[in-house]
Design a protein around this ligand. Sequence first.
Ligand code: SF4
Ligand code: SF4
Ligand code: SF4
Length: 471
Amino acid sequence: TVGWLIDTTFLRGIDIESAKTMHLVTWWLHAILVAGFFATIPVNRFLHVITGPMNIATRPERPMGELVPLKMETVEETGLIGVGQIGDFNQQQLLSLDACMECGRCEDVCPATASGKPLSPKFIVTDLRGVMAHGGELHGVAINPDTLWSCTMCQACVQECPVLIGHVDLIGDMRRYLVGEGKLSGPPARSLQQIGNQGNPYGRPNGERLAWAEGLEVPTVESNPDFEYLFWVGCAASFDPRAQKVARATAQLLQQAGVNFAVLGKEETCTGDPARRIGDEFLFQERATTNVATLGRRQVKKIVTACPHCQNTLKNEYPQFGGEYEVQHHSTLLAELIEAGRLTNAAANEGEPITLHDPCYLARVNGIVDAPRAVLGAEKDEQYREMPRCGKKTFCCGAGGGRMWFEEPPAQRVSTLRAQEAIATGAKTLATGCPFCLNMMSDGMAGTEGGENVKVLDIAEVLLSRQKAQL
Ligand code: SF4
Ligand code: SF4
Ligand code: SF4
């Protein structure tokens, strides 16, 4: 149609020689424009057309929840811990900076940005790209330490990025440098010190690890050496009074279902997850090596835990240290036990609406979405409500990336935003499957209008109450 229009208007009556000249001129004009476009790609905003696919093709394949280990030999050789200067990033990371098309999808889903913290994953990438192009100091000039500490490592940005940029790796590498330079202070530094000294970030004597189990006759690896499942309790459920109730509920459910399990008791220490995510790789590796030795000595093959952070580290990161286990979150084992008729999830929710906060390290990072819903019997419960951001698109509670150990002004709490979303569903119970989510969401509800009427429970507590209701 366009050709016909040009022919019947502008070109009507034109002679053959003029037509040939016009053809030549337009052909060359087109060729120069196309060549000019490609020639200026390295300096124009279409560079990502080339670098985007290159980044997708070269990005290393590994589980979303696995951070790359710092090799001690490399540290000894180079004296480098993490990334202090732009040139300390590897080639693939530098390429990824050029791949950004500035679409802002990462920023739209970032809980730190949404809660008013000084962090935008998009600006992390573009600011680093600025240093790469024009030089200059990285730490404290292009990237502020508070920006790096604001990240919950929820991986929402990584999941959304169309060119697969690894924001969490970039942030993690820069955090390692800050920790190596002794730039971490206050409560998070203290929690790392306590992981090193006492084996847990709460600073409690590790001998008190079984206090949560008082009166339950929970089997230990000593009293029941032929266990099938090791119940990895985790530091929160061992020492935090609220989370201890989740450990009790989980143990009671396992006992009621006749599962052959045992706990490590005082032989268990922190997995090292907070240390690795805050940036203390030496401490993490020391914890991982110790725990892998303990698990090997106790011939552990199957692990169940109620903490998605422990689950992620044991499953995705301990293989780096020779620890290979079948690791389950308690939601998947409990769902299997319900399916097998060894537990019941008959809705005994007193007719009250219930919703689920998907822990991001469970749903997004490890892809477990159906199991917690199966435990709650969500499919057949008319009172079950889904939040707008759910499943793999969940919204972090604010505790990840070691943020649990940072002080946070009430106005910047991610948990408040999440509590508002849960309250808007009309739910009277907010269920979750992570001791840190439980802690954060309880605080979030306490500080939010309407939250005083919403109970925050672990899925194991909901399920245990349903066993009791059936008696
Ligand atoms: S990991 Fe989460 S908190 Fe960190 S930059 Fe990405 S979206 Fe924001
Ligand atoms: S989502 Fe990826 S491409 Fe888009 S702005 Fe963020 S980093 Fe850049
Ligand atoms: S505490 Fe829960 S929601 Fe928060 S970061 Fe951890 S898994 Fe994600």
